[in-house]
Design a protein around this ligand. Structure first.
Ligand SMILES: Nc1nc2c(ncn2[C@@H]2O[C@H](COP(=O)(O)OP(=O)(O)OP(=O)(O)O)[C@@H](O)[C@H]2O)c(=O)[nH]1
Ligand SMILES: [Mg+2]
Length: 325
């Protein structure tokens, strides 16, 4: 049985709702990839250098990332030559297999949040302006609430005027407590401090902290985030602090380099890949793996509250590639 068929059988047994989100969210990416690859395999009778060059270009255009494409092409060529494969159409199964093995590198892909059931858990959300931090916080709060986990949010984005209102709107809808600043321009770390005290006093299990997305000088950003972490470290037993970087998939390679800025100033424990529904370049998940070496923990599929799911490599690759002939 081919690699792709095995994957398909596995997916069939999954929860319908999750599969549907991946299916819908990756529609643009799937269409774009399958149109290009299907056109390629229909135009070639034999596999030659031109065929490989075109395939390489297709992968780069889908945001797989230059270095990862090089690695992939090397191993695709090895396999095609090693097994003496002649049919250009055979590439589908090889692409799927390589995407899979390059992402997982033989180990299990861990996506679970590090939550300690006996202590307060504080999760910090960072990322560039507009990447989807506030929306992702609401979506994760919704997931936690469904699991009966007491959740609170803190509006530590004290910079942007409407940021607090935006989080308040979500917390009202979800009926959870939102701790906000008391005055304009208040130090974000002090909002987090206050939120931790409240969380401790009312038995909250998870506190989700929103931060400002503005890109500032490295040292300023570093100091600001370090101060927040210092306070969390001092006040909360559970370590390390989950710090989730929210990355907008539609910003592509440029977004990756902007986001790297955050990983350079503070340790990141996981990535939320938002707005996958808005891009035709779903290969970005492979670039992220290469650039950050940090697991993608959640994927955002839209603007609605339930449009965020735990990252599932099998669903992702299957729904990205199932249009290949
Ligand atoms: N299509 C789509 N839109 C999304 C997704 N996630 C967030 N958005 C939208 O992206 C826009 C920005 O999201 P926010 O959550 O406000 O982003 P932010 O990072 O908090 O922004 P700042 O606070 O300004 O730094 C909003 O209009 C969201 O509805 C997603 O997965 N898919
Ligand atoms: Mg925000």
């Amino acid at each position: 049985m081919s690699f792709f068929s095995k994957l398909k059988n596995k997916i069939k047994k999954r929860k319908q709702e999750v599969t549907q989100k991946y299916d819908e969210g990756l529609t643009k990416s799937r269409k774009s990839l399958s149109e290009k690859v299907n056109s390629l395999v229909s135009r070639y009778i034999i596999i030659d250098e031109d065929y490989f060059n075109e395939l390489e270009e297709i992968l780069i255009l889908s945001d797989v990332g230059f270095e990862t494409v090089e690695d992939m092409m090397e191993s695709i060529k090895k396999e095609i030559k090693g097994y003496n494969i002649k049919d250009p159409k055979a590439v589908k199964d090889i692409i799927v297999d390589k995407m899979f093995s390059i992402y997982s590198q033989g180990s299990h892909v861990k996506t679970q949040l590090e939550l300690d059931p006996h202590n307060l858990n504080v999760i910090l959300f960072v990322g560039v302006n507009g990447s989807g931090k506030t929306t992702s916080i609401a979506k994760i709060a919704n997931i936690l609430l469904k699991k009966n986990i007491n959740t609170m949010v803190a509006a530590a984005d004290t910079f942007r005027a409407a940021a607090t209102e935006q989080l308040l709107k979500w917390s009202d809808r979800l009926k959870i407590k939102c701790v906000t600043k008391e005055k304009e321009g208040q130090d974000p770390a002090s909002v987090i401090y206050k939120a931790i005290q409240e969380a401790k006093s009312n038995g909250t299990q998870v506190l989700l902290c929103d931060t400002a997305g503005r890109l500032q000088a490295k040292t300023t950003l570093m100091n600001e985030l370090e101060k927040m972490k210092r306070i969390i470290n001092r006040e909360v037993d559970h370590q390390p602090i989950e710090t989730l970087l929210v990355l907008d998939a539609t910003t592509g390679q440029n977004g990756i380099s902007q986001s790297k800025y955050f990983s350079e100033v503070t340790p990141i424990t996981g990535i939320i890949l938002s707005k996958i529904d808005g891009t035709a370049k779903g290969g970005i998940v492979l670039s992220i793996k290469k650039e950050f070496r940090i697991p993608v923990k959640y994927v955002g599929f839209g603007e609605k509250i339930d449009d965020l799911k735990e990252f599932d490599l099998e669903e992702y690759i299957y729904n990205l590639t199932k249009g290949l002939e």
